[in-house]
Every structure is written in structure tokens, then in C-alpha cells.
Design a protein around this ligand. Structure first.
Ligand code: 7RM
Length: 662
């Protein structure tokens, strides 16, 4: 099954100089005072979960309000899971009504801050009313139970309200990150057959308005399923308008009644689709359902982030990614938490913006990506040190491996040396946190996500699926189903089986390499497949290659991730031009822009290198391993299977390239 150009765990260990990580001998036990009042401080929880994991998760599910109880905890027909079978519940009810009904309607759900500096405080009562009005507006637009709604919005409070409105009426949402192009949006709308698109005129980024409606207009040219476009006014920029199809949010939502009976959904009804990059050119619609997902994200949010009543929780992510779904919207709201929602970039108008937000709202738990932490390191500690960060008591990391240097900076400069750090490994597919410290129990080591949380059972295996001894590397696998796991790839059960369940029999294969040290700590080492991780965002090499060959001057393209000190990986594209096309730096820039236009700015290659040829095996497979060496400027590994040994030299001699010199 191993693809010839797949990264082996061995190669990975070298690539990211894991030796230095594993020399990491610093240990950080939970501070005694923190442990004393932590939600979880008894390590016996691991054994209790292992003794009967169904009973363990069943206990967690009891933390939600159900209209009807389940009759079966788990129905496991490998690889298809159903959790809390027969149970009926509504997600928006659990996230809103039950808190308001308990007299907590005045509690703040979100402190919202727009990038230009506008601010709103949204209570649970406010969010419930907005959700109910929006839900009624969706019904008026013909959306009902079982339909799909695409959401393409900036980070404004109406975004969670729109998601919750979908859940209220039993429609599934698919949120598309605002940085994706109209073509990417159209693909997602078509795959999900969404009836409605909810968008805004635009949003703000780096002090300037950007357009969203314009991209929707282009997308819906080729999406026959779309009946209406619901448009929130955010920036006030001019928009084109199609009468009958387009509807202003302010014309339809405010006039609705703030009263909409929640649909009683089945535990296994679809909650949402979220598209993510895999190893092919076509993103996969990851399917999450209702009862298990909400159980998993709310429980992990309480255990891993040690959520208390007086906490202010800030996941500094975009709702367009799974981190935002699970830990800005569903987990925190199900727990009645107070959160922060920030629209813009971390360095607008200057790099102290985040720390100003922490100070203003007295943020006590901050959850961020290593790439952001490294950017702050680069901008300098003075921006944080001039702010009062004493409200912080716990820090989190997500999206990519965190290097020990960034971990230590986060710990000392941001956490003042007193805050535990939870490095949380998980994926769009896993729905919620899987491998992470419990901050009141686990001794942490900088750079390690430590251990699977209670109720999650993982292993590290070799090529034959055999568990590797401690002190060795291999492939991460998950051994048992869990409530917040994906239920499939939308419309493609075969691809679901093939991608996640065929590599190692009976086990879930996430696509990550992992080293387990002598103490059993997990050190996640990056993807072993054709997926790159750029600034914590997942991108498919194949998807970018197909965007490149879409240009009529390109004959062939191969894309690899090159190590990058800031973004983790950077996109490096090798391009073979058609004969008689001149390789010029200008063409390189055009191709970089072409990819950004086709997929989205996050997919813009950092480097385009023109080459006369690509290294291939005798069977014609591109040897990405060698390309990765070239991109990283490393000495070449084994070249014995190369069909033409001269190729590599000719690539190295190719000097024409275009790069981003920011
Ligand atoms: C939450 C999210 C998933 C991929 C995953 C890993 C990498 C995420 C960590 C990590 C090392 C971590 N979802 N990854 N968290 N690697 N340590 N704490 O990021 O679907 O967008 O990406 O991200 O490779 O497979 S995702």
C-alpha cells in the first residue's frame, strides 16, 4: 500500500530535526494551585475511560439536554459509527435556550471586536433572539430540515448566529473560509448542493475592506442548486444585485419573530459539512453529525481547557476552519462559556492588537496556532510586555507541531511562566481534540502533545501495522471509534473507507507521522501524505498542481512543502513549461497569482521554480522525496530508483524562479 513517494516516518524524523525535539528534557508538571482546582485532577480518569469507554462517553453525553434518550450508546459497523442511537436533541437549544432558561441570559456569549475597532457585547439572550430571527428568515427563504446552506462570511456575530439558525431548523451548514476563491466556493456549493448562500458584502482585513458578495456572484453562475443569496451589510461597499435571488439580511431578519421552535433532530442527523484538502485535487466534504459531535466538543472543551464559570475563552482562529467550529462556536456555547470573537489579523493596526484584546476582556484562556506565536516572536516581546496579561491562566496550541522554542516563548512571555500549555492534536475529521495534556494532571514537555485524552485510544505503528516500541517512530493510528469522529465523506463512502480505514486494518489512519518517546509521550511530526500544513492550514499538493497545469503554458507541475521558520511549511512548486514557452520571473509571478485566484490566497506558492524535467521512478511516479530535498536545500537522499539520474542536476541548475520575498 505504501506509495513510492510517501514520506516515511524515518524521513520525517530527519526532515524536521526531530532529534533536537527529542533531546527536549524539560518537564512542566501542573502547578499545584492549578491542579488543586482543575476540572480534572485525578489521573484515574484514564483508567475509568479505558475500562468502559462507551460508559465513559455516555456520561459525557448526559451533560447535554436531550428530548429523548438514546437506546444504544454505540453502533459500530467498522468503519461506520453511530453514537447515542435513538437520541433526539437540538444543537442550538443546547448552545442557547438551556442557558437562557436557566436564568443566564445576561451572560456574555461573545465579546466581539471588528478589525477597524468597532465592538459589540452579545449576551446569550441576544444570540438566541438573533438565531431565532435568522432561523425564521431561512424558513421564509425556503430552507428546511435536511437542506444544506453554504456560509461565506467574515468573523462577525451574525456568522455563529447563521450556523446556529441552520441547526435550529435542521439544515446542515457548510462554512467556507472567506479567503477561498469563487471557484473553491462554487465547488463546495455544488458538492453539497446548497440551496442558500449566506454572505456579506465584504469584511475587513489588514485595514482594508475585501469583497465577498462579488465572489459569491461569480460562484453562483455555476451552481444550479442555489435559490437565494442572503447578504449581510458589513463594509457598506457597492455590490451587484440580482432581484429575486439576492436578499439583504437587514430586510428579512429583523422583521422576523424572535421565536422559532427548535427541530428535534436525531443524534445521527447531519450537523455540518466542512471541506478539507486531501491527497486529490478535490476537497472532501467531512461529515459531522449531531449528538456525538456536541458531546465530544463540549466535553473536551471542559476537560482540556479546564473551563470555569468566570473564564473568558479566546480561540484566536477563523470560524471557517474546524477549530472555529468546535472551539469558538459549538464547544464553548454548549458549555455556556464567555468567548472572544475577533475579525481581523493579529498585527492591525500594530502587533500589540492581540495583547490589547487579552487585556481589555481579561482573557483567561488563549488558544492559538504556533505560526501566530512565531509571528509574535518575530515582532518582539515588547508588544506583549506593555500590556497586562495577568488574566491569562491557561494557553493552548493547535494546527501544527509547536517547536520547543515557540513553546518556551509562549510559556514565558505570554504566560508569565505560570500558565500550563495544552498542545492539542486533532483534525477536521476527528471533530475535536484527541491528543493533549489535561492541564491539571499531565506533566508537559515543550513540543509534545503528550498523550491521548481519556476515552481516545491511539497507537504508533510501523508499515505493517505493528505497534512500535517506545522510543521509536511510526504512523499514528486511532484504535477505537469516538463520539466526535467524522461519519464519512459526503457522497463518497468508498473514499471514506479508502482514505482513513484501509491502510491499517480496523484502525483510523489520520495521515500523521509520530514518534513516541521512552515515557510514552507522543511527538507529532507532520503529514506523511500529500497534504501540506502552511500556517496551520491544510493544503493539498495535488490541488495546487492541478491549478498550475490549468494554465495553458504549463506542461507539468509538482508541488512540495519546504520547511519554513514562520509558516511551518511553505509551498514550493516545480513547473515544466510547454516547449517554446520562455521561463521568465514574470511568468513565475503570474502563475503564483493564478493559483491564488483559482484556490485562494492561502494557496499562493511561495516559490515557483521552472525546471526542464522532474525526477521520476521507472514506473513514472514523481519522486517527491527528492523534490523536498531540493526545496529544502538538503543533500539528496537515495536516488537509486531514479529513471534518469541526470534530472536532479538539471533541476538544481535551473535558476529561473519566482518567489515571494516578503
Ligand atoms: C485542528 C486542525 C489537521 C492536521 C493534522 C496534523 C496537524 C494539528 C497539531 C498538528 C502537531 C498539533 N485541523 N496538527 N494539530 N500537528 N501538533 N497539536 O488543525 O484538519 O486543519 O489539520 O494538522 O498534521 O493531521 S486540520
Amino acid at each position: 500500500m505504501t506509495k513510492p513517494d510517501e514520506i516515511t516516518p524515518d524521513e520525517l524524523e530527519h526532515q524536521i530535526a526531530i532529534e533536537s525535539l527529542l533531546d527536549e528534557r524539560r518537564h512542566f508538571p501542573p502547578p499545584a494551585a492549578f491542579a488543586a482546582r482543575a476540572n480534572v485532577n485525578d489521573p484515574a480518569i484514564y483508567q475509568r475511560a479505558a475500562d468502559d469507554y462507551e460508559a465513559f462517553w455516555e456520561d459525557a453525553a448526559r451533560g447535554l439536554d436531550w428530548y429523548e434518550p438514546w437506546h444504544t450508546v454505540l453502533d459500530w459497523q467498522l468503519p461506520f459509527a453511530k453514537w447515542f442511537v435513538g437520541g433526539k436533541l437540538n444543537v442550538s437549544y443546547n448552545c442557547l435556550d438551556r442557558h437562557v432558561n436557566a436564568g443566564r441570559g445576561d451572560r456574555v456569549a461573545y465579546y466581539w471586536e471588528g478589525e477597524p475597532g468597532d465592538r459589540r457585547v452579545i449576551t446569550y439572550a441576544d444570540l438566541l433572539a438573533e438565531t431565532e430571527r435568522t432561523a425564521n428568515a431561512l424558513k421564509e427563504l425556503g430552507v428546511g430540515r435536511g437542506d444544506r446552506v453554504a456560509i461565506y462570511m467574515p468573523m462577525v456575530p451574525e456568522l455563529p448566529a447563521a450556523m446556529l439558525a441552520c441547526t435550529r431548523i435542521g439544515a446542515a451548514h457548510t462554512v467556507v473560509f472567506g479567503g477561498f476563491s469563487s471557484e473553491s466556493l462554487a465547488d463546495r456549493i455544488n458538492d453539497s448542493e446548497a440551496k442558500l448562500v449566506i454572505t456579506a458584502d465584504g469584511g475587513y482585513r489588514r485595514g482594508k475592506p475585501f469583497a465577498l458578495k462579488q465572489n459569491v456572484d461569480a460562484a453562483v453562475e455555476s451552481t444550479p442548486s442555489v435559490e437565494h443569496v442572503l447578504v449581510l451589510r458589513r463594509t457598506g461597499q457597492d455590490v451587484a444585485w440580482k432581484d429575486g435571488r439576492d436578499v439583504w439580511w437587514h430586510d428579512i431578519v429583523p422583521r422576523q419573530e424572535a421565536n422559532c421552535e427548535p427541530e428535534r433532530m436525531d443524534s445521527e442527523d447531519m450537523l455540518y459539512l466542512l471541506y478539507t484538502s486531501g491527497t486529490t485535487a478535490k476537497p472532501k466534504g467531512i461529515l459531522h453529525t449531531t449528538g456525538g459531535y456536541l458531546t465530544g466538543v463540549s466535553a473536551t472543551h471542559r476537560w482540556v481547557f479546564d473551563l470555569k464559570d468566570d473564564d473568558v475563552f479566546w480561540a484566536a482562529a477563523d470560524i471557517g476552519w474546524v477549530t472555529g467550529h468546535s472551539y469558538i462556536v459549538y464547544g464553548p456555547l454548549a458549555n455556556g462559556a464567555t468567548g472572544v470573537l475577533y475579525e481581523g489579523v493579529p498585527d492591525f493596526p500594530d502587533p500589540s492588537r492581540w495583547w490589547e484584546i487579552v487585556e481589555r476582556y481579561k482573557v483567561s484562556i488563549l488558544y492559538a496556532a504556533p505560526t501566530a506565536i512565531r509571528a509574535h516572536m518575530k515582532w518582539g516581546r515588547q508588544h506583549a510586555q506593555t500590556r497586562d496579561l495577568s488574566s491569562l491562566r491557561l494557553l493552548g496550541s493547535v494546527g501544527e507541531p509547536i517547536n520547543p522554542e515557540a513553546w518556551m516563548w509562549y510559556h514565558e512571555v505570554i504566560g508569565g511562566g505560570r500558565c500550563p500549555i495544552v498542545d492539542t492534536w486533532w483534525q477536521t475529521e476527528t471533530g475535536g481534540i484527541m491528543i493533549s495534556p489535561l492541564p491539571g494532571v499531565t506533566t508537559t514537555k515543550p513540543g509534545s502533545a503528550t498523550m491521548p485524552i481519556p476515552g481516545i485510544f491511539a497507537d504508533v505503528v510501523n508499515d505493517d501495522g505493528v505497534s512500535t516500541p517506545l522510543g521509536e517512530g511510526g504512523y499514528l493510528v486511532i484504535e477505537k471509534p469516538w463520539p466526535h469522529m467524522l461519519r464519512g465523506i459526503y457522497g463518497n463512502p468508498e473514499r471514506y473507507k479508502e482514505t482513513y480505514w484501509s491502510r491499517f486494518e480496523g484502525k483510523y489512519f489520520p495521515g500523521d507521522g509520530c514518534h513516541r518517546d521512552e515515557e510514552g509521550y507522543y511527538w507529532l511530526m507532520g503529514r506523511v501524505d500529500d497534504v501540506m500544513n502552511v500556517s496551520g492550514h491544510r493544503l493539498s499538493t495535488t490541488e495546487i498542481e492541478s491549478a498550475l497545469v490549468d494554465d495553458h503554458r504549463v506542461a507539468e507541475a509538482a508541488v512540495v512543502g519546504a520547511p519554513d521558520p514562520l509558516t511551518g511549511e511553505a509551498i514550493f512548486a516545480f513547473v515544466i513549461l510547454k516547449s517554446r514557452v520562455e521561463p521568465t520571473p514574470e511568468l513565475g509571478q503570474e502563475l503564483r497569482t493564478h493559483v491564488a485566484t483559482k484556490i485562494g490566497a492561502i494557496a499562493r506558492p511561495k516559490t515557483v521554480m521552472f525546471t526542464p524535467d522532474l525526477p521520476k521512478t521507472r514506473s513514472g511516479k514523481i519522486m517527491r522525496r527528492l523534490l523536498r530535498d531540493i526545496a529544502a536545500g538538503r543533500p539528496l537522499g537515495d536516488t537509486t530508483t531514479l529513471a534518469d539520474a541526470g534530472v536532479v542536476e538539471s533541476i538544481r541548475d535551473a535558476t529561473t524562479s519566482a518567489r515571494d520575498d516578503e
